[in-house]
Ligand binder design. Structure first.
Ligand SMILES: Nc1ncnc2c1ncn2[C@@H]1O[C@H](COP(=O)(O)OP(=O)(O)OP(=O)(O)O)[C@@H](O)[C@H]1O
Ligand SMILES: [Mg+2]
Length: 239
């Protein structure tokens, strides 16, 4: 569904993404992990067309390299950001409507907006200003605004960061429902091992922009190089 072929991104001397090739298949929850500064968020910015790069990215068999972010969103790729970004003065409903208008296929769809608000469980907050939402609320909103574009692929950049155990569980449930009930392919950048092993079907581990391994999560997290460079000794010694 989404294929990266020898993708490289340099910021001056720094090679943030270094000759990465991978293939996300339809219906998967595809995990991306790696240390801070590994190039994970940069990779999302390349897929969404925010920066130019070397190599090629294909979506549903067609090249999207060189398309504008707007065209890529319209093709059916939506994303959320590592730091929740909301318009504080808009209501929850209005913010999700903006997503609906921006997105694929046919402009604002009020009935679908209602459906999305129910799906992300923000009915009670729908007329509140988004600035009043707590962190979990802001995250659900950001996911809702992305869903309102009717994506085929949803990319989530560390959705669980800063969350407590209950919030992590709620978000994992939401991500699973998006994948299973809406049939949306998910690409998730994540640091929490529990989330990666319980949620993902396949896991790509990168370090300094390069692939360390790409495998089933239980295999990838037991790769000796991954344990050494990323998970650390503490993880290797725990069970
Ligand atoms: N716009 C930019 N200009 C210059 N350097 C950048 C830019 N964006 C990212 N970088 C650098 O590229 C490298 C990869 O950054 P990136 O944000 O992709 O890492 P990450 O894997 O998402 O890390 P984290 O886990 O901390 O979110 C870092 O060294 C970062 O400083
Ligand atoms: Mg990042």
């Amino acid at each position: 569904m989404l294929k990266a072929i020898h993708v490289t991104k340099k910021f001056g001397e720094l090679v943030a993404v270094d000759d990465l090739s991978f293939h996300v298949r339809k219906g998967q929850i595809y995990g991306i992990a790696g240390p801070n500064g590994a190039g994970k968020s940069t990779l999302f910015n390349l897929i969404t067309g925010n920066y130019g790069y070397e190599g090629r990215i294909e979506f549903q068999g067609k090249k999207i390299t060189g398309l504008s972010p707007h065209r890529i969103a319209q093709a059916g790729i939506a994303r959320t950001f590592q730091i929740p970004q909301v318009f504080p003065s808009l209501t929850v409903k209005k913010s999700i409507s903006v997503g609906s208008r921006f997105g694929a296929r046919g402009g604002l769809d009020p009935a679908y907006v209602e459906e999305v608000i129910r799906f992300v469980e923000l009915e009670e907050e729908q007329n509140q200003k988004t600035g009043r939402l707590n962190l979990l609320g802001k995250k659900k909103l950001m996911i809702g605004a992305a869903l309102a574009t009717k994506p085929k692929v949803l990319m989530l950049d560390e959705p669980h960061a800063g969350s407590n155990a209950k919030e992590i569980k709620d978000l994992m449930d939401l991500i699973r429902r998006i994948n299973k009930k809406l049939g949306i392919t998910i690409i998730i950048i994540e640091h929490f091992m529990k989330v990666l092993t319980e949620l993902t079907d396949e896991l790509l581990i990168i370090e300094s922009g390069r692939m360390i391994c790409c495998d089933a999560p239980e295999v990838a997290t037991n790769n000796p190089q991954v344990i050494e460079s990323y998970l650390g000794k503490a993880y290797a010694e725990s069970d």
